[in-house]
Design a protein around this ligand. Structure first.
Ligand code: ZN
Length: 109
């Protein structure tokens, strides 16, 4: 019996709009922290949380593009882990991801 070629990474059942580093550990960390996860970027370590549209009840100014994030738009909150939360910033999801991809990221295969 020869094992079938079975590469689960080939199959993209879930079409994730947001490319993230590694899906498996993302999901794990989400479960552990209840929504927060750590991300290391060229500018250090951040704790981030994804805000759903329903949870976004205020308008924020995105530091990435300096445009407003209107209420009801899903977005990302990022802050320095271990800080007092004063440096919390609300980002457009796309702006946040563009920020991290500016660095030395290899393209996904
Ligand atoms: Zn933005």
């Amino acid at each position: 019996m020869s094992p079938r070629r079975n590469d689960p990474r080939r199959k993209r059942a879930r079409d994730q709009r947001a490319p993230s580093g590694d899906d498996a550990s993302d999901a794990l960390i989400l479960r552990i922290t209840g929504g927060e996860r750590r991300e290391t970027g060229p500018d250090g370590v951040w704790a981030i949380r994804r805000i759903s549209g329903a949870a976004a009840t205020k308008a924020y100014r995105c530091p990435g593009c300096h445009q407003e994030i209107p209420p009801g738009m899903p977005h990302v909150v990022a802050w320095r882990p271990g800080g007092d939360g004063d440096d919390r910033r609300h980002w457009h999801t796309s702006c946040w991801e563009r920020r991290t991809h500016r660095g030395v990221r290899l393209p996904r295969r």
